[in-house]
Design a protein around this ligand. Structure first.
Ligand SMILES: [Zn+2]
Length: 163
């Protein structure tokens, strides 16, 4: 047991989720001004940050450059255990799409924490539920709606400025 406050991502999983989401929000802030501000961060089992990324679809001209995919790639590079990210947590400011939900299942991510719901394209409960499909042999633990107002506000500000 660590002393209270010694480990910001410590024993209380709900507090840890909130702390991780704050990092994802920070990551979203690094998005190119042309890109929808979505941020993702991967943490190892001890709560250490492995990698973070912002959506860079416009910046990279890459349809697959969603924040989650970029963060998973970077995390696997630094993790030193091949491509598997078992016991890792991915925190992302927006409910993942089908591509990203598929990628995090393939990466064997242990836990997914997301912020805002995405009713139009969400694949973690809104439109599909890819990560909890019983036909798949790996199903991450999921918690959605963490710091939802802050995560949604990022997107609202972006789309308001686009008009
Ligand atoms: Zn995606």
């Amino acid at each position: 047991m660590s002393a209270p406050g010694a480990d910001p991502l410590g024993a209380n999983p709900l507090a840890a989720d909130t702390a991780m989401m704050r990092v994802a929000i920070e990551a979203a802030g690094a998005a190119d001004p042309r890109d929808v501000p979505v941020g993702a961060v991967v943490f190892d089992a001890d709560g250490r940050e492995l990698a973070r990324a912002a959506n860079a679809r416009e910046a990279l001209g890459d349809p697959t450059a969603h924040a989650e995919v970029l963060a998973l790639r970077r995390a696997a590079e630094v993790h030193g255990d091949g491509w598997r990210l078992e016991n890792a947590t991915l925190a992302v400011t927006l409910e993942p799409c089908t591509m990203c939900a598929g990628a995090l299942v393939l990466a064997r991510v242990g836990r997914l924490v997301f912020g805002a719901w995405e009713p139009k394209t969400g694949a973690v409960g809104s439109l599909w539920d890819v990560v909890r499909d019983r036909r798949l042999n790996h199903r991450p633990e999921v918690r959605g709606g963490v710091l939802e107002p802050e995560c949604a506000a990022l997107l609202d500000a972006f789309f308001r400025a686009q008009r």
